[in-house]
Design a protein around this ligand. Structure first.
Ligand code: FES
Length: 266
């Protein structure tokens, strides 16, 4: 005879036997994601004037890679690089396995939390996985490939910040705070990409077995990369926050509110 108990035992949206602050984490996640969306929309559409300084030596992470400047594209005045490229980071993060967990819990309340009753309607809807519009989540692996290209261009952006051009045409090499800001953003983004569930597909995830030789090396790499995956949520949030901190820094320097301190090496 089964002793199974159907959880949650309490009925009614938000009802639970839990005594911890189970709502705290989803609340702050929802707050953070909403803030990020609103800030990005305003920055890209309304406050898109100061996206770089010193003739594109340092560019805001939201507008980087600045493809309009890099490829000298002929675009309408209202267009900016973020409008052209943001679909890639949005698509990558939006189809992320961790992000799916977040938006299902925070925005859809399906489920609300472990052992917490969800809205009545969601018991009827149930969970249908990657069907309907959510079939697009299956594009995640392809979004990963595009995200790797974006990451490579951001690494180049960091290198680009290390070349200073004087008014007299001289060129010098060094590091500025802007370099450190963009480097931090790139490192966090690298960790987010490297800890992606789909990233492992590139390192042995598609093989049936790992033996000796190359496949054995690839198998060991797979295990190492899987270790990074444990902290994927941490890299998700830190890399996201750094995009906005980086943008605020670039905006403040471009507006003349703060200086970009530098150390010239040669
Ligand atoms: Fe989160 Fe791939 S699973 S980025």
């Amino acid at each position: 005879m089964s002793n199974a108990i159907k959880l949650p035992m309490e009925k009614g949206f938000g009802k639970t036997d839990r005594i911890d602050k189970w709502w705290s984490q989803p609340f702050w996640m929802g707050f953070g994601l909403t803030l990020a969306l609103v800030y990005t929309a305003l920055r890209v559409v309304v406050w898109d004037g100061d996206i770089q300084y010193e003739d594109h030596r340092v560019t805001s992470p939201i507008f980087s890679p600045d493809v309009i400047h890099i490829f000298d594209l002929d675009t309408p005045k209202w267009m900016n690089s973020a409008l052209l490229i943001l679909w890639i980071p949005f698509g990558f993060r939006g189809t992320c396995y961790y992000m799916r967990r977040v938006y299902h819990r925070v925005f859809f309340q399906n489920p609300t939390a472990c052992v917490v009753a969800k809205p009545e309607i969601n018991y009827r809807i149930g969970y249908k996985g990657e069907t309907g519009l959510f079939v697009l989540n299956n594009l995640h692996r392809y979004m990963l490939y595009l995200a790797i290209i974006i990451l490579s261009m951001k690494v180049y952006d960091v290198y680009h910040t290390m070349w200073f051009h004087g008014d007299d045409g001289t060129e010098s090499f060094g590091i500025s705070v802007g370099t450190l800001v963009l480097a931090t953003e790139s490192i966090l983004l690298f960790m987010y990409v490297a800890s992606c569930h789909a990233f492992r597909h590139l390192f042995g995830g598609g093989m049936n077995q790992w033996r000796n030789g190359i496949s054995g090396v690839v198998g060991r790499l797979y295990i190492k990369i899987s270790d990074l995956n444990v902290d994927h949520a941490f890299w998700f949030w830190t890399s996201l926050v750094m995009v906005f901190l980086g943008d605020l820094f670039v905006w403040a320097v471009a507006e003349g509110m703060i200086s970009d301190w530098r150390w010239i090496i040669t």
